[in-house]
Design a protein around this ligand. Structure first.
Ligand SMILES: *[C@@H]1O[C@H](CO)[C@@H](O)[C@H](O)[C@H]1NC(C)=O
Length: 148
C-alpha cells in the first residue's frame, strides 16, 4: 500500500518533469493575464492558435532544424537568434537560456515571444501561424474559456 503510493508519487513527479501539455483554456487565461490579448494588435485567438500549431501546447517541445539550431517550447522559439543554447555563440536576442523556454512557467517564453513580435513586426516568424491562423476568424480559440 505504502510502496504503491510512493511509486505513484514518483510516477507523477517523473511525468511532470518530462512535459506538460496545457489545455487551451488554461493557456488562454495565462496569455490573457500576461497581456498578450491585442499585443501588437494580435487578438488572444492568434496566440492560442499559434501555440497549438507550433507545439500542440507542449511546453517541452523541441525540434532540431537542418542548420542544427533548435526550436524550443510552446512557441517553438529558435536558438539561433533568440535564446542561448550551450556554448555556441548565438545572437540570444531574448537574453535567456533556451532551457528557460521549456519550463511549465511560461513567463520567459511569453516575454521572448513578445520581443519576437516587436522586433520582427508581427507574427510571421511562426510558420504554423501563417499557415493556419493568419487572417482567419480566430474567436473560437477562446470559446468556452473564462476570458473576456
Ligand atoms: C512533448 O514534447 C516532448 C519533447 O519533444 C516529447 O518528448 C513529448 O512526447 C511531447 N509530449 C506529447 C504529449 O506529445
Amino acid at each position: 500500500m505504502k510502496a504503491a503510493g510512493i511509486l505513484t508519487l514518483i510516477g507523477c513527479l517523473v511525468t511532470g518533469a518530462e512535459s506538460k501539455i496545457y489545455t487551451r483554456c488554461k493557456l488562454a487565461k495565462i496569455f490573457s493575464r500576461a497581456g498578450l490579448d491585442n499585443y501588437w494588435g494580435f487578438s488572444l485567438g492568434n496566440w492560442i492558435c499559434m501555440a497549438y500549431y507550433e507545439s500542440g501546447y507542449n511546453t517541452t517541445a523541441q525540434r532540431v532544424l537542418d542548420d542544427g539550431s533548435i526550436d524550443y517550447g510552446i512557441f517553438q522559439i529558435n536558438s539561433f537568434t533568440w535564446c542561448r543554447h550551450g556554448k555556441l555563440q548565438e545572437n540570444n536576442h531574448c537574453h535567456v537560456a533556451c532551457s528557460a523556454l521549456i519550463t511549465d512557467d511560461l513567463t520567459d517564453a511569453i516575454i521572448c515571444a513578445r520581443k519576437i513580435v516587436k522586433e520582427t513586426q508581427g507574427m510571421n516568424y511562426w510558420q504554423g501561424w501563417k499557415k493556419h491562423c493568419e487572417g482567419r476568424d480566430l474567436s473560437d480559440w477562446k470559446k468556452g474559456c473564462e476570458v473576456s
